[in-house]
Design a protein around this ligand. Structure first.
Ligand code: G4P
Length: 511
């Protein structure tokens, strides 16, 4: 490896911070995102992200359906610089119907910020997202938000986080004042007071702070880098996104110890971010981001090397060369050509459907990144076409939207119309609205006799035999892999028992 390149890569990846924010709806993720982007200079006014008067609309909300329903459906990425670090903030959909999308996004981050409402504590969705992070040992930073309101006692909150998530917590800051009198934070390690206006040592809030700190130091663990990196210990920050208190504490912490790009697993070996060879993983596809300009963007996490505009990479799934003419970075408001990118960066790659979720790009090595899953859908519906003349268009549109991960597509082997599978019903609404809006195809949904789907693997001949005898319950997925559909969990269990030579999977690793 050339020494200069190696040194450059090492230097650049050390300043990359790629993270997501996870939270229960309403805990303040949107507000915190705005404040972070503002602190990072990505937007001048916090109001720019959420346009005035339009509730819950952020610049990352590209699709009409999101605006109509006030939810964040798509995953987007926002790149900004702060404290000499390059941050890639990956936005995850807030609604649990899009959990598959969230899961994929979390495969592309090195760290997650968990936002908790100080009055409500750990909520259902926070717990689920946390569990996903834990599966991948993603380090977690906790931000306890809304300290400007009536909140639970801080020690009680820390206890709750620690007990209900089985996660060690180590306060990095402590609030000064509570609710209406909350004015800032105290940095436990540097002993600095962070308040907008100076506060006197004799102020009752400072007296309370000193009392609390004695207990903090006696009862709670100190920050430990190794436990944090392994996902066992979370540093905790207190703040108010709305009042912009504690936001820079959080960003400064990400600069100081937010993990640099992690090694990524492949089928054959781990790829370290400081390797010279360029590798990248496609974790998200998004089509038609700009309605005036039909385009299809693959979001790639650069996993190693220095990616430069114009370079040719091997598209491992097809073995073909892929030229990176216009890789792009995304900012809060616009995109820009990415002349170069390093491990941890997320770039958008425009393409015409060549790139799929889970694909690997590499300079020449036959590598396949793992960890990007498809979950067995929990809802299966047959697509009913309103205008039979549009059958061909529908077929093509369904493939494109399935490649994007909007729904999963199953083609029944008995030749009946296609079945779509989703984890949450909102995905069906998105499919219907996008088919109409982007392809001019109106559809409805019909129920199917099926409630469960499992991917089958095993000896080819045995699979063929199984398919012959179960033709009316068999379908092919988007990649042509066989899927068994069952009408009930009883049927599924029985089928599995009767076919011990075959394996039935509820998760498919793609790539
Ligand atoms: P989400 O993305 O996690 O769903 O939450 P979002 O930021 O939209 O915040 C949910 C509500 O909580 C919003 O109020 C927001 O203004 C409020 N909020 C966020 N952070 C803080 C905070 O630090 N302190 C206080 N007091 N409130 C906070 P809303 O009334 O539902 O919406 P809006 O009318 O303010 O837009």
């Amino acid at each position: 490896m050339s020494e200069a390149l190696s040194a450059e890569i090492t230097r650049e990846i050390a300043r990359r911070r790629t993270f997501a924010i996870i939270s229960h709806p309403d805990a303040g993720k949107t507000t915190l995102t705005e404040r972070i982007l503002r602190a990072g200079g990505a937007i001048q006014l916090a109001g720019n992200v959420r346009a005035k008067g339009e509730r819950r609309r952020t610049k990352s909300d590209w699709m009409g359906i999101e605006r109509d329903r006030g939810i964040s459906v798509v995953t987007s990425v926002m790149t900004f610089e702060y404290g000499n670090c390059v941050f890639n903030l990956l936005d995850t959909p807030g609604h649990e119907d899009f959990s598959e999308d969230t899961y994929r996004t979390l495969t592309a981050v090195d760290c997650a910020v968990m936002v908790i409402d100080a009055a409500k504590g750990i909520e259902d969705r926070t717990r689920k997202l946390f569990e996903i992070c834990r599966l991948r040992d993603i380090p977690i930073i906790t931000f306890i938000n809304k300290m400007d309101r009536e909140a639970q006692d801080c020690f009680a909150l820390l206890d709750e986080i620690s007990n209900s998530l089985a996660l060690d917590v180590s306060p990095a800051t402590w609030p000064i004042g509570r609710a209406a009198t909350f004015i800032g934070t105290f940095d436990i390690r540097t002993r600095e007071v962070h308040t907008k206006d100076p506060v006197d040592e004799t102020d009752p809030r400072m007296v309370q702070l000193r009392e609390d700190l004695e207990l903090v130091e006696a009862a709670l663990p100190e920050f430990d880098r190794e436990s944090f990196d392994a996902g066992h210990l979370s540093p905790v920050f207190f703040g108010s996104a709305m009042k912009e208190i504690g936001v820079t504490d959080l960003l400064d912490a990400l600069v100081a110890y937010g993990p640099a790009p992690r090694a990524q697993p492949t089928e054959s070996r781990e790829v370290k971010a400081d390797e010279e060879q360029v590798t990248a993983l496609i974790f998200k596809i998004q089509a038609n981001m700009d309605p005036n300009h039909r385009d299809r963007m693959a979001f790639a996490r650069v996993c190693s090397g220095r990616l430069t505009r114009g370079m040719r990479l091997k598209h491992v799934r097809t073995g073909k060369q892929f030229a990176l003419h216009t890789p792009q970075f995304f900012f809060a408001r616009d995109r820009q050509l990415a002349e170069e990118a390093f491990g941890g960066d997320v770039v958008g790659i425009p393409n015409h459907g060549t790139l799929r979720i889970g694909d690997t790009l590499s300079e020449n090595e036959e590598l396949r990144f793992t960890g990007v899953p498809h979950f067995a859908p929990e809802i299966l519906r047959r697509v009913r076409l309103d205008d039979a003349m549009k059958a061909k268009k529908l077929r093509q549109a369904l493939v494109e939207l399935a490649e994007e991960g909007v729904v999963q597509l199953f083609r029944p082997q008995d030749g009946l119309p296609p079945i779509v599978g989703v984890v949450g019903t909102l995905q069906l609404d998105v499919l219907q609205s996008r088919l109409k809006g982007e392809y001019g195809v109106s559809i409805g949904f019909e129920s199917t006799p099926f409630t469960l789907a499992r991917w089958i693997t095993g000896d080819r001949e045995k699979i063929e035999m199984f398919m012959m005898t179960n033709r009316s319950s068999m379908a092919d997925d988007l990649d042509g892999d066989p899927v068994f559909l069952a009408s009930s969990s009883f049927m599924m269990r029985r089928t599995i028992e009767m076919n011990p030579d075959l394996a039935f999977h509820d998760i498919k690793q793609i790539g």
